[in-house]
Write a protein that binds this ligand. Structure first.
Ligand SMILES: *Cc1c(COP(=O)(O)O)cnc(C)c1O
Length: 416
């Protein structure tokens, strides 16, 4: 037996943090809490202290931690067959494909693993459609993206970002993108009028999550959809964070009555247990990629396929769309009543919400998050001054009200 097993519980929070500091790459700056266990809306640290999880792994844990049905599906499939590659069929993938067609109403699914891969796949689908169906010369095909976007971390995907911490000093980027302001239909109209001949798609998040839960004007996505269609350009909705009931609709695009040409899903599609992403589209778009022209060893693997189906069944059976909508309204109503000079704005939809803070007496959003952590609630700042609040969608009203009390106390105390 290895007596140096680092997972035995002789380590304290400090010891673990020191291990990561020494042996892990420094590409994250976590809150100083070391988590060991999770159940539903709660997580516990290595010292046994319990917290409300108000990040939900960036909305990958919409169904709650270690959901018993999802974990059971994972274990049953793990004992049966985990991985086949796409060199062969698997019963699990075939059933998942049919399920996704019936659930979301698109002709087809292209399964991938991470959100960034889903985005890459959507860009390839759109570019291919642009060349094959729209007749754009291969070396001219362009995609419009938005300022403030977050679509992931691969080289092509960071090309779309205008945040230097995402793209700076990573060498040459990918050509073929045009960036316009978000929530600005006039900017979209201008670009389309000038260059639509060479544009295959417009990609946007229905709400910009990482930008700080930036909610566009009502009808923005619908106007974009109409403009795109008038110019024979595809609308790609990156629903990796906003999808799967998070905003009080199964897809956030539904708030605007929009059916995007390509939908990208990820995060909560994996039920909080596996990386599972997908592109959904109809034949006209999907069937331009032929065997051997795109793929992923793990994409659609049996384990992921079973987990994704169960993850969506749980969302449906537990009415998480309705719950996200109702709890979100309570959250925003209550938090807007908090009297605190830190609070500049409260915004969001469903259970994807944020408080925009202004620093008071040198105290920042980070300090507020540390105090909430001490009081048993985990949330993390994005862009220094914005705190996102996104609990699992299974949260009940009494639990939500307890959590709001922690937020209220923190914001009131810290401003004294
Ligand atoms: C998180 C996220 C991604 C990237 O997903 P990964 O699984 O981290 O690659 C893409 N788009 C949006 C909108 C996201 O929030």
């Amino acid at each position: 037996m290895n007596t140096n097993n680092p997972s035995t519980h002789t380590h304290t929070t400090r010891d673990y943090m020191a291990l990561e500091e020494q042996y892990g790459a420094h590409n994250y700056h976590p809150l100083p809490v070391v988590l060991h266990r999770g159940e539903d809306i709660y997580v516990w640290d290595v010292e046994g202290k319990r917290y409300f999880d108000f990040l939900s792994s960036y909305s990958a844990v919409n169904q709650g931690h270690c959901h018993p049905r999802i974990v059971r599906a994972l274990k049953e499939q793990a004992d049966m067959l985990c991985l086949t590659s796409r060199a062969f069929y698997s019963d699990a993938l075939c059933e998942y494909e049919e399920y996704m067609h019936q659930f979301f109403g698109y002709d087809r699914i292209l399964p991938m693993n991470t959100g960034a891969e889903g985005v890459e796949t959507a860009l390839k689908l759109a570019r291919r459609w642009g060349v094959v169906k729209k007749g754009i010369p291969n070396d001219r095909v362009k995609v419009i993206c938005c300022e403030g976007n977050f679509h992931g971390r691969t080289v092509t995907v960071i090309t779309m970002s205008n945040d230097p911490s995402s793209f700076d000093k990573y060498g040459p980027l990918t050509p073929g993108f045009i960036r316009i302001p978000y929530n600005d239909t006039e900017a979209l109209r201008r670009v389309l009028e000038e260059q639509a001949d060479e544009i295959c798609a417009f990609i946007a998040e229905p709400i910009q999550g990482e930008a700080g839960v930036y909610v566009p004007d009502d009808g923005y996505l619908k106007s974009c959809y109409d403009l795109c269609h008038a110019h024979h350009v595809l609308l790609i909705a990156d629903e990796v964070q906003t999808g799967i009931a998070r905003t009080g609709r199964m897809l956030c695009s539904e708030h605007d009555g929009v059916r995007p040409d390509i939908v990208i899903l990820g995060k909560a599609l994996g039920g909080g247990v596996l990386p599972v992403s997908a592109c959904l589209a109809d034949d006209e778009i999907m069937l331009n990629i032929m065997p051997g022209e795109h793929g992923s060893t793990f994409g659609g693997f049996p384990l992921a396929a079973r987990v994704a189906v169960e993850a969506l069944r749980v969302v449906q059976d537990e009415h998480l769309v309705d719950n996200a909508q109702r709890m979100g309204e309570i959250f925003r109503d209550e938090v807007r009543r908090i009297q605190s000079p830190f609070i500049a704005q409260v915004r969001g939809r469903g259970l994807l919400n944020a408080i925009v803070t202004t620093p008071v007496a040198g105290r920042t959003a980070w300090d507020l998050c540390i105090r909430m952590m001490e009081k048993g609630l985990l949330a993390k700042p994005t862009h220094d001054h914005i705190i996102r609040f996104a609990p699992p969608l299974t949260i009940t009203e009494p639990a939500l009200r307890q959590a709001i009390e922690i937020i209220r106390e923190t914001f009131e105390e810290m401003s004294r």
